[in-house]
Design a protein around this ligand. Structure first.
Ligand SMILES: [Zn+2]
Length: 244
């Protein structure tokens, strides 16, 4: 059992948080497992319940644990994902500290490179995933959510398949933010998406032609970029946010 150190200073919950994080990162508590109960943590850290709750809440916000209710409830450790990065980007966007034109500029810079890299390492399994995602774009869709998810899937697949997780970490929040705007504003589908563009991109990636893949993606983002920038105003209105 990990021997947590008693804490006496202020910023107590931050100290508790950092010790809990250390224990998770050291593998004392593994994904799928549960942290000790609030009561037990109170005893072991010699602090109040409020302090423990604050620390657990911070662990939840940063994606280390998920809280479950009920008899077997508690703070369950989960595999860290890129999702909390997306939440941070979205908060900044909503607070008007990031904008759609900036988002488009970064996508225009990163996504062609992601395509170039993906084309270098594409294998039959990755090619099949791309083809499958492309077919799904055509499929009868029931909800707007599905339509949005299917039309962004190729972008996510390329981000995951470029062989550099930092690129994926930077790109995924940008794609999530794009998805959020389209989900909320519900623009006419044609405004946002040209099916032929995706065909060109995946043909080049699957064919291993990095230069063509990068070029096709650059053209695609250039085309949809203007529409995304227009969406920002509508998005801020719909969500009642301050305009820039
Ligand atoms: Zn696209």
């Amino acid at each position: 059992m990990t021997s947590f150190r008693p804490v006496k200073q202020n910023r107590i919950s931050e100290e508790v948080l950092s010790q809990l994080k250390e224990a998770i990162l050291a593998g004392t508590y593994r994904p799928g497992g549960k942290l000790p109960s609030e009561r037990e943590l109170c005893d072991r850290f010699q602090v109040s319940r409020v302090v423990i709750r604050e620390a657990i809440r911070a662990l939840e916000l940063t994606g280390f644990v998920r809280l479950r209710q009920g008899p077997s409830g508690g703070a369950y450790v989960q595999e860290l994902t890129l999702d909390h990065l997306s939440n941070a980007f979205l908060d900044l966007f909503m607070a008007n500290k990031l904008s759609a034109p900036e988002l488009v500029q970064v996508r225009l810079h990163i996504e062609p490179e992601v395509c170039r890299l993906a084309a270098r390492i594409v294998d039959p399994a990755a090619a099949a995933r791309l083809e499958n995602a492309f077919r799904e774009e055509h499929a009868e869709t029931i909800t707007h959510e599905e339509w949005v998810a299917r039309n962004l899937e190729i972008h996510y697949l390329l981000a995951r398949g470029c062989g550099n997780r930092f690129y994926e970490a930077v790109l995924k929040p940008l794609l999530d933010l794009t998805r959020e705007m389209v989900l909320v504003v519900k623009p006419s589908h044609k405004v946002i998406h040209e099916h032929a563009d995706h065909r060109r991109i995946i043909d080049a990636v699957i064919g291993g032609d990095g230069v063509a893949a990068a070029g096709a993606m650059r053209d695609h983002i250039t085309k949809v970029g203007g529409a995304l920038t227009d969406l920002e105003k509508a998005y801020r209105e719909k969500r009642g946010l301050v305009e820039s």
